[in-house]
Each structure stands twice: as structure tokens, then as C-alpha cells.
Design a protein around this ligand. Structure first.
Ligand SMILES: Cc1cc2nc3c(=O)[nH]c(=O)nc-3n(C[C@H](O)[C@H](O)[C@H](O)COP(=O)(O)O)c2cc1C
Length: 477
């Protein structure tokens, strides 16, 4: 398979992007990344954000475990001033996997220790944590809840590939949809989770509305009847209620949301060459948010822009823009050089995906003015992600540059950049997708392998990856 990344300098990225018709500037001047930025009433010390990334390494009851603590110590020490803690379920039946963190009274002390240790590591490493913003992404996994899918509407393309593990069958039109009363209970669960989050030391919480988990699916529930479906007003009722109630009842928290500004549609691997192709689908599309119903490749941003303007009014103080669905169209969420095991070879140049991320996040940042927006999709740019990020910050396209996979291989990337002017090539993520592959591996006694970076955090995750391969081979036998 052709590989795409072949750049020797930041300007090579810009030049290659131009051949594809995109304006992706890069700058050698990284100073904009080291400027503070206001988030709510706080000043955040630099423009580096660590994206939320599940480690899938909690205990079966959702308590942080040894590897969870290790990850947050490393993130804390790394120098980024916005640490966006991972997807943490607000209810056991909304967990995405058997080792996902769960916020409840029993786990509160563990989460508190995880956050406090992260802060202490930050202080020890860079001297000051007054300008560190640390929080958690609160989630209900909805359709992707591992015990049983909890859907808010049927999706004619996604339903036939949504597995109900409790029956071993894919779901169909007869599968039950969560009722309006169920959603009201979920609103209360968010409230309880927010209160606990404040108690355990979060500066902010993210009400997760991305990647087609529950609140994200609801944004596109155009044919759902009742109070939470159909009109834009109804589809945003739950996020409106949750945001306004938390703003009123837990005012000490900064409210944030990571949301899908564009869903697209599911892809599959084409038989002849394993390149991704869209699933066969009928037009108009019924449930894809931020997407032209007549052409899934085209973003339609009227509703996402309306959403963020409303969110700002309701009290949202920090946004992170994402898109796509990690299971059904991973090339949109995380442009990669090598596809994940359950994916396909990229149907587009990764720069197409990166240009989509940049174009959409710029539009959202323009819409909300001074509310800071975190941009995504940087890891594929490898050594030159900081240069491209600095250009995007300098020209006002976004306020903060979010790094995902890159932080698993090189958690101290900010410190290294500050001290040496460049990343450590030996630790730069090459988007091999091992992290996603570990996340997809579930054939151990816990029903889930922990994820991290086998090639560059070898000591810990190398043996885990070997085990995954060996046990998969013995399963094949
Ligand atoms: C192992 C792994 C776990 C992830 N977990 C989450 C998560 O908990 N919440 C979320 O919003 N995104 C999650 N993501 C997506 C990342 O936050 C990020 O959007 C994506 O990797 C693209 O950014 P990057 O190119 O810098 O990696 C995860 C990605 C990976 C690879």
C-alpha cells in the first residue's frame, strides 16, 4: 500500500497540501503555542491540549488501575496545560467496554487520586499548576454500550453493523429505542456525575457529544418522535437541559463539550483491495449530523454552527471539535498511515482528512468568537504537527491544538519541544494504529486489553501486544 507521509520540513506539508488544493500553513515560529489563553475565568498556560483517550485499563468496576495512574502521571509531567481526561461513563450500562472508567461514589476516591497525582506530577515537572486545566469527559456510550446497545434512534446504515453482544445478533428495526423517560433519567445521571466530578478535583467537565455515542447520536435523531427528536430544538433538548442545570447547580465547574460537527456515514473495506468505501445507502440520509443529506462527503455546518451559538448562551466555555465514528469511519476521526485491524486502507489522502478537520474547526471557532476551540487531527503530521498547529493558532483558526495518539508515544512532547525546539524523532507517533488495535482486542479474561503505544512505550505495551497476537493466533487454530 502506498504510504503518504514523506515530508522532511514543515513547508513540505504545506506544499503537498497545495497540490491537493488545500491551504495548510506551517510556521517555524512556535511561540504562539506557548502563549496563555483564557478559558472561562481561568488562564491556561499554553496552547497544547491532550485529547481525551481511553486507556481501557480500569478495573471491571470502573476504578482507575495501575496503568491508568501511570498514564495520567505521564500526561501531567509532559507540559501540556490542558489535560482533557478520557471518556468516563456516567452509568454502568453506558460504559463502552468492561474496563472503561465509571464515575460513581465507589470510584470517586480513585478518580480523585488520579487527578491529584496528575497535578502533582505537573507541578514537579514544570513548576506551577495554577495554569493547568484538568478535567474529565463524561459519557454515555449509547449505541456502543458494551453490555447492550442503547440507541436513541434507528440508523439504517449503522443498525445492521451494531452488534448486541447479549444476544450475539446485529440489531434491526424492531430493536427498542430509549424512551423520553429514559433520557430524563440520563439527564439526572449527568447531574450526579457533574457533582462528583467537581468533588474529585475536575476544573472542567466535557459533556461528550462526539463519535456517535449517545448525545452525539441524538443530535442527528431527525426522525425520532417525541420531545427529543425531529426539530433541532428537540434534538438539542437533552444537552440544553444538562448544560443549563449543571451551569446553575455546579457553577464551580467550567463546562466544555467535545462534539461532532460532521458525522459522515459508515465505511467498509472493499473486497478487492481493502480500501475503504461507503456502505451502500439510500438518499436522503436520515440521521447524519452536520452532513449534506444528499452527499455524505460534504459537511453542512448550519446546524453545528447553530448548536455552538446556543451552547455558548447556555454556559459552555470550552469546545473541542471532532467528527466521524471511530468504529465505522475511522479515517475521518483519526487520519492514519496504517489502518486499524477493524478498518480499511484510507480512501483519501490523510491530508484530505486533516484539511476537513481544520476547515470545520475554523468555522466553529469563527462562530463562537472568544470561546476557545480545541482542534483535532494533528498526530498524522508527525514532527510537523507543532508547526502546523502554531500557524493555526497564530491565524486564529483555533485556540488550542489537541494531540491524541501522539501523546501515547511521546507524553513529554511539550517539554521536549520547549527545551530542544523539536520533538524527539524516536518517540514521534507514526500512526501505526497499534493503540486502536489494542483497544479492539477483547479476548482476555477481563474482556478488554489496555491500550497504549507498543512500538514506543515498549516496556509496558510491547508484551501486551505480543499477548494479543499470540492469543489471536491460538484462537484461529
Ligand atoms: C486509543 C484511543 C482512545 C481514544 N479515546 C477517546 C475518548 O475517550 N474520547 C474521545 O473523544 N476521543 C477518543 N479518541 C480520539 C482521540 O481523542 C483523537 O480525536 C483522535 O485520535 C485524533 O487525534 P490524533 O490525530 O491526534 O490522534 C481516542 C483515540 C485513541 C487512538
Amino acid at each position: 500500500m502506498a504510504r503518504f507521509f514523506k515530508y522532511k520540513t514543515p513547508s513540505d506539508v504545506t506544499a503537498d497540501a497545495a497540490t491537493l488544493g488545500y491551504d495548510i500553513p506551517a510556521t517555524e515560529d512556535l511561540a504562539p503555542l506557548f502563549q496563555p489563553v483564557a478559558v472561562g475565568d481561568r488562564s491556561v498556560g499554553n496552547r497544547f491540549a491532550i485529547h481525551p483517550m481511553e486507556g481501557c485499563d480500569g478495573t471491571l468496576d470502573g476504578h482507575p488501575d495501575e496503568l491508568t495512574y501511570r498514564r495520567y502521571l505521564r500526561f501531567g509531567a509532559g507540559g501540556a496545560k490542558l489535560i482533557w481526561g478520557e471518556a468516563t461513563a456516567i452509568a454502568d450500562d453506558g460504559r463502552m467496554n468492561s474496563r472503561q472508567l465509571l464515575i460513581n461514589d465507589d470510584n470517586a476516591a480513585g478518580l480523585e487520586k488520579m487527578l491529584a497525582d496528575c497535578r502533582a506530577a505537573h507541578r514537579e515537572s514544570v513548576g506551577d499548576d495554577a495554569d493547568l486545566l484538568l478535567g474529565l469527559q463524561l459519557t454515555h456510550s449509547g449505541r456502543f454500550s458494551f453490555r447492550k446497545p442503547k440507541i436513541v434512534c434507528h440508523d439504517p446504515i449503522l443498525d445492521p453493523i451494531t452488534l448486541d453482544k447479549s444476544t450475539g445478533k446485529f440489531i434491526d428495526a424492531s430493536y427498542p429505542v430509549l424512551t423520553d423517560d429514559d433520557l430524563k433519567r440520563i439527564e439526572d445521571q449527568y447531574l450526579a456525575a457533574a457533582r462528583l466530578a467537581a468533588k474529585v478535583g475536575c476544573d472542567f467537565i466535557d459533556l461528550k457529544q462526539c463519535h456517535r455515542y449517545l448525545l452525539s447520536e441524538l443530535l442527528g435523531a431527525k426522525h425520532r418522535p417525541g420531545e427529543y427528536g425531529g426539530s433541532f430544538e428537540n434534538r438539542t433538548r437533552l444537552i440544553r437541559n444538562i448544560t443549563q442545570r449543571i451551569a446553575a447547580e455546579v457553577p464551580e465547574l467550567i463546562l466544555a463539550t467535545r462534539f461532532n460537527a460532521y458525522d459522515g456515514i459508515p465505511y467498509r473495506s472493499r473486497a478487492e483491495d481493502k480500501i475503504g468505501e461507503p456502505y451502500p445507502h439510500e438518499l436522503p440520509l436520515q440521521v447524519a449530523f452536520g452532513t449534506n443529506p444528499e452527499n455524505h462527503r460534504e459537511e453542512w455546518l448550519d446546524e453545528p454552527v447553530q448548536l455552538v451559538e446556543n451552547l455558548k448562551q447556555w454556559g459552555m466555555q470550552l469546545l473541542s471539535v471532532s467528527m466521524g465514528n471511530p468504529y465505522a469511519n475511522p479515517h475521518i476521526v483519526r487520519p492514519a498511515e496504517f489502518p486499524p485491524v477493524d478498518g480499511y486502507h484510507s480512501p483519501e489522502h490523510p491530508l484530505d482528512g486533516i484539511a476537513r478537520h481544520f476547515r470545520i474547526s475554523r468555522r466553529i471557532q469563527q462562530a463562537v468568537g472568544e470561546v476557545p476551540v480545541v482542534g483535532s487531527g494533528y498526530s498524522w503530521l508527525q514532527d510537523f504537527a507543532p508547526h502546523v498547529g502554531a500557524a493555526n493558532v497564530a491565524n486564529g483558526s483555533i485556540a488550542l491544538v489537541g494531540f491524541g495518539r501522539a501523546t501515547l508515544s511521546h507524553p513529554d512532547f511539550v517539554k521536549t519541544l520547549q527545551e530542544t525546539g523539536s520533538l524527539n524523532r524516536k518517540k514521534v507517533c507514526r500512526t501505526f494504529s497499534y493503540c486502536t488495535n489494542l483497544m479492539r482486542a477483547k479476548h482476555n479474561e477481563l474482556g478488554q486489553y489496555a491500550t497504549g503505544c507498543p512500538p514506543f512505550d515498549k516496556e509496558v505495551y510491547g508484551p501486551l501486544w505480543d499477548e494479543v497476537k499470540q492469543s489471536a493466533e491460538s484462537q484461529d487454530d
